[in-house]
Design a protein around this ligand. Structure first.
Ligand code: GYE
Length: 341
């Protein structure tokens, strides 16, 4: 029995032993397949992927991207773990991946801090860790191989600049503009970048007032809850910045529930991030003013990295994806025809 087969057997035992433990995502309960495939398992490149959760449309598109890219037909064996938005689950998964002696670990870290120890363990085991989407804050950048994702700060800035030019077109540049922000998961790269990017434009506009920031954890239900509270607390809200589409959907329901409207013809300007198909459809219905794209199709780039590592080629440490924005001045029907997420 070679090392990898031994590792897989350990995994099998471990999975059986831990089956049903509280907090373990159901996706991990798939050990039976290994038994069947144990024979030629060592032929695969084994990739352990620790996904954030299933909190949004963006996340579902991301999961599909990884599942469709790392297929057995292409020579990969993907161990997929959904952390249900809990860092402790991610730490457990990564330690399991290390025990299983996977060839590569892909991590989409829920928050930026708290990774040093586990990344060091992966390094000691000589398993490359590729970060996808969100990133980590570590002193020693050698603790991970590379990062592939979006420039969240740029997305936030783009939103601020879009708002400035929109208000100018409406001759509202000198008006007092009251803003609230539905933030993403606190401490996540997407939250930090989008908040800071928007804040850099906010600073340049003394007549814009940020009434409050509050997290809706990137989910529709919490987005709605927070927006309902904002509407109760503040009489005047001119702009809602929602740091993802699902919270924006919650905000739309809350605004409607309060007897108000949003969108280009509404009472409140609604800005969102991700630009999922569902959000572009909501924009087509006149409920969202502008949406700042975040590309969830990262797996092909990650695969490219793995292929380069297999070929001993050098890797760029940080790899950004190209992104744009959408608003109601565009031909959204045409754009939607070509959108895959
Ligand atoms: O914007 C949000 C998701 O990390 C970029 O996470 C990602 C964010 C995305 O839940 O919808």
């Amino acid at each position: 029995m070679n090392r990898k087969m031994f590792g897989v057997l350990c995994l099998l035992l471990l999975s059986l032993m831990t089956k049903g433990c509280a907090g373990r995502p159901p996706e991990t309960e798939q050990p039976l397949r290994y038994e069947e495939e144990l024979g030629d398992f060592s032929e695969y490149i084994v990739v352990g992927f620790s996904q954030v959760g299933s909190e949004s449309d963006w996340r579902m598109a991301s999961t599909n991207s990884f599942k469709n890219t790392f297929t057995e037909e292409k020579g990969y064996y993907l161990l997929f773990e959904d952390a249900q938005q809990k860092q402790e689950n991610q730490l457990k998964s990564i330690r399991n991946f290390i025990l299983q002696e996977v060839d590569y670990i892909i991590l989409d870290p829920i928050v930026e801090t708290g990774w040093e120890a586990v990344l060091q363990e992966a390094r000691d085991a000589e398993i490359p860790v590729i970060l996808a989407d969100r990133s980590v804050k570590v002193e020693d950048e050698e603790l991970y191989t590379c990062w592939v994702g979006s420039d969240f700060e740029k997305e936030g800035r783009m939103a601020g600049e879009w708002l400035a030019s929109y208000l100018e077109k409406q001759n509202r540049s000198d008006e007092e503009i009251c803003i609230v922000t539905l933030q993403g998961t606190p401490g996540s790269t997407a939250q930090i970048g989008r908040t800071e990017g928007f804040a850099s434009v906010l600073e340049e506009h003394p007549n814009w007032e940020m009434l409050e920031y509050q997290s809706g954890d990137f989910t529709q239900a919490k987005g709605q809850e927070v927006m309902e509270r904002f509407l109760e607390s503040y009489e005047q809200i001119d702009v809602v910045v929602s740091e993802n589409d699902n919270m924006a959907f919650g905000a739309i329901d809350a605004i409607r529930g309060a007897g108000k409207t949003c969108g280009p013809d509404g009472d409140i300007i609604l800005l969102s991030f991700d630009a999922s198909r569902a959000a572009l459809n909501a924009m087509l219905e006149g409920k969202i003013n502008a949406d700042f794209e975040c590309n969830p199709i990262l797996a092909p780039k990650v695969e490219e990295v793995i292929q380069k590592l297999e070929a001993d080629e050098t890797i760029e440490k940080r790899q950004y994806t190209e992104e744009r924005y959408f608003d109601t001045s565009m031909n959204l029907k045409e754009i939607l025809k070509e959108r895959t997420y």
